[in-house]
Ligand binder design. Structure first.
Ligand code: SF4
Length: 359
């Protein structure tokens, strides 16, 4: 084992796994249940498709209990009608919904309703089976002059962190292999705050999966509870690149806290060091500034009342989405300062990487 490979990664284990009747009827659902049982996790097979969670009344306890619960379910029909996901990809493909980590800015707080359990989908064969119908139909990256060469793109990290769950599901490996066999201009994309890439390294990926490490300075680790250390994520990314995968950095969310210039300069230098010896690296960069909605802020305040993450009005501006809802983003002068900084720092420290977008 080389020095840049973390010796030991802590893999998430739920306190319990519940399997719906429909999920148990699927081969992949039974395989997930068997993996969980082999790892010593109690597995309940339900006699119906109702999860019936029975969480405690106390909201803190209910949150903790939900976060420790993994449900194996069948993706509903709405998940099988893919949606565009700008600016990352033409289409969003979901293998799961929810995440076991505890990030105090988590974008899922505004997107997913109900208790934050993690649901993984048993009907993987059906999910993989719908993808060919989307070939050549993209309207996001496929319509971009700079990115059309990526083919039809599919993003698997919209509602979950798929690598966080891979030791329990095997779903990401199966999807990577499906893209590996798919002789067409397509790209699977996933981004992660985890590092356990071992099961992915030897897969026949065909260069059609791009893994990105989602990174922030180590000083921001208190905002990213339950994730793997950023050094481990970068080491994992370098291993994936050496295994022939195209890779990327998702610097997200960019947080303009006191001392951000020094913190992000250090992070970019750290990424440069981690990738320095990787031959012919194909590396992209995505830059996403911190934002929140009134709804996500209310949920996050209730989940993480002690968080030091600034979600006050300081340095913020309101932005209306095309659906009319409000987002709080950094104001124009903060945005400009951040953007100039990242453009200059990335050009000088990671000149081999190309920036896909800033938002
Ligand atoms: Fe949310 Fe990503 Fe953190 Fe999981 S790792 S809690 S999906 S921000």
């Amino acid at each position: 084992m080389s020095d840049d490979v973390p010796r030991r990664l802590k893999l998430w284990l739920p306190k319990r796994v519940i399997v719906t009747r429909s999920a148990q009827a699927q081969e992949h659902g039974r395989a997930i249940a068997a993996r969980a049982a082999a790892l010593g996790v109690p597995v309940d097979i339900l006699s119906s498709d109702r999860l019936g969670l029975a969480l405690p009344d106390d909201p803190r306890q209910a949150y903790a209990e939900a976060k420790r619960t993994l449900a194996v379910t069948v993706a509903p029909p709405s998940r099988l009608r893919l949606q565009p996901i700008a600016p990352s990809a033409d289409w969003r493909v979901d293998l799961a919904e929810g995440c076991p980590a505890h990030c105090s800015y988590c974008y899922l707080a505004g997107s997913l309703k109900g208790p934050p359990i993690t649901r993984v989908y048993a009907n993987l064969a059906e999910i993989v089976g719908i993808l060919p119908g989307y070939l050549g139909t993209g309207t996001v990256t496929s319509r971009s002059k700079a990115r059309a060469n990526e083919g039809t793109t599919f993003e698997a990290s919209c509602y979950t962190d798929p690598l966080a769950l891979e030791h329990l599901t095997g779903s990401l490996s199966a999807l990577i292999e499906a893209f590996g066999r798919w002789q067409a201009p397509v790209q699977l994309r996933f981004t992660t705050k985890f590092a356990a890439v071992e099961p992915l390294l030897a897969l026949e990926h065909g260069g059609r999966t791009r893994m990105r490490a989602s990174i922030n300075p180590a000083a921001y680790a208190p905002f990213e509870g339950g994730t793997d250390p950023v050094a481990a994520r970068l080491a994992a990314l370098a291993r994936m690149a050496r295994a022939g995968y195209p890779i990327g950095l998702t610097i997200a969310p960019i947080i303009a806290a006191d001392g951000w210039q020094r913190a992000y300069a250090g992070l970019i230098a750290q990424a440069g060091t981690a990738l320095a010896d990787v031959p012919d690296v194909d590396c992209t960069i995505e830059l996403i500034t911190h934002r929140y909605t009134p709804g996500s802020k209310a949920v996050l305040d209730s989940w993480y009342p002690g968080s030091k993450l600034d979600m006050s009005d300081a340095n913020r501006a309101e932005k209306r989405t095309k659906f009319g809802s409000v987002k709080h983003v950094y104001d124009a002068s903060t945005m400009k300062e951040l953007r100039c900084f990242f453009e200059a720092e990335l050009a000088s420290t990671l000149p081999f990487a190309r920036v896909l977008y800033w938002t």
